[in-house]
Design a protein around this ligand. Structure first.
Ligand code: FE2
Length: 383
């Protein structure tokens, strides 16, 4: 593959460390901006993070209006309401504070600042990204979870009321202008959510690493992301106030999302299906199937070799099966499931779950070819 054509892109400006949000306000001021819209959600408002953030911008002589009407599965109504406020207020930039949802909504509010609605026309499945020009206002993203990596991503997932479907809107120009990875903004995340979102970051890294494609930049990031999440997630779960572990998890999350431009695999396809069928938390769904999916992937010789090579990193034997067992122990140590017993999958749903997973865009990239019946077998083994 080193002799074939590839496209690689790693351009996000990242400000890392405690105090990064405070310093971000200074950088935005230097850009000559005065008025912005802060896109966040009600849960974060309750713990006071938007207020703490706004204070830094006020201290620099700027004004931030807060828009917090963002659902956990954001809708086009959320986007239109935020866009209206953005335009009426005369804002010049957007600050996105939250998990994936506020950051996704911010990207599309920025789209509507310079592009006409409705959002249907920008559906990536219908070639909508070709309509998106590079004339949008800046978005500054501050993640409050370490998992999705949306702060370095180029897509947004919005549910459109006309179809009631999750719709991907994609543009290379959606990449936030700056991502501020400030561990102090993740310490309020409770242990269970820290574990579930952290496993999502781990799975992004390991699925990207295992994909059989020539992408040495993504592979380098993915390996580092695997190591950092493996080492630090247990500490972040046990002691949420541990700034070093929280910081490492933010880094691992951004690394995962940068690395998965290489692709993801059937672990995510099944997690997406479980999210749709049973509303299972994305990170929890990823954790539940991970060990069984890794065992399935070990049927591929390239995967076996790559997994064995991780042994040293994990402090276990350089043996693919031993590495999978190490990952299983790691999941159990942070109280994550390694089967789907808690999800309540109904046997009669299995054909529809399999059909959904097989049609998921991540599935064709899985290193071990996924044939009809494989997804059902994977789930039956851990029911
Ligand atoms: Fe994910």
């Amino acid at each position: 593959m080193p002799t074939s054509r590839h496209t690689w892109s790693f351009p996000t400006h990242i400000e890392y460390g405690p105090g990064a949000v405070k310093d971000l306000a200074g950088i935005v001021k230097q850009a000559g901006l005065k008025k912005g819209l802060l896109v966040t959600d009600k849960g974060l408002e309750k713990v006071g993070l938007p207020n703490a953030l706004s204070q830094h911008f006020t201290n620099e002589g700027m004004e931030l209006l807060t828009f917090s009407n963002v659902k956990s599965n954001p809708t086009d109504d959320n986007v239109y309401a935020g866009s209206k406020l953005y335009k009426e207020s005369g804002a010049e930039f957007i600050v996105a504070l939250g998990g994936g949802s506020p950051i996704d909504v911010a990207k599309v509010i920025k789209l509507l600042a310079t592009h006409e609605g409705p959002l249907e026309q920008y559906d990536d499945m219908k070639g909508g990204s070709n309509l998106i020009k590079n004339n949008m206002p800046p978005v500054y993203a501050i993640p409050t979870t370490a998992g999705t990596g949306s702060e370095v991503g180029r897509s947004s997932v919005i549910t459109l009321k006309s179809t009631n479907k999750k719709t991907i809107i994609f543009s290379p120009y959606f990449m936030p202008t700056i991502a501020a990875l400030d561990p102090e903004y993740t310490v309020s995340l409770p242990p269970k959510l820290t574990a579930a979102t952290g496993v999502d970051a781990f799975v992004h890294n390991i699925e990207a690493y295992l994909i059989d494609d020539f992408h040495p930049f993504a592979d380098g990031l993915a390996k580092e992301g695997i190591l950092r999440s493996f080492k630090n997630l247990p500490t972040a779960v046990k002691n949420g106030q541990d700034i070093a572990a929280r910081g490492e998890m933010l880094v691992a999350s951004s690394m995962g999302a940068t690395a998965f431009q290489k692709g993801l695999g059937v672990n995510h396809s099944i997690a997406h299906a479980l999210g749709v069928f049973y509303d299972t938390h994305h990170g929890l769904a990823n954790a539940s199937v991970l060990v069984e999916v890794l065992k399935f992937n070990l049927g591929n010789e390239i995967v076996r070799n790559k997994m064995a090579a991780l042994g040293e990193m994990f402090g276990s034997k350089n043996d693919a099966d031993a590495v999978v067992e190490t990952i299983k122990d790691w999941l159990l140590s942070i109280d994550m499931p390694t089967d789907v017993k808690g999800i309540g999958i109904k046997t009669e749903d299995l054909p529809a779950i399999e059909e959904y997973a097989l049609e998921d865009p991540c599935c064709p990239m899985n290193p071990q070819k996924v044939e009809k019946g494989d997804v059902t077998r994977i789930l039956q083994n851990i029911l």
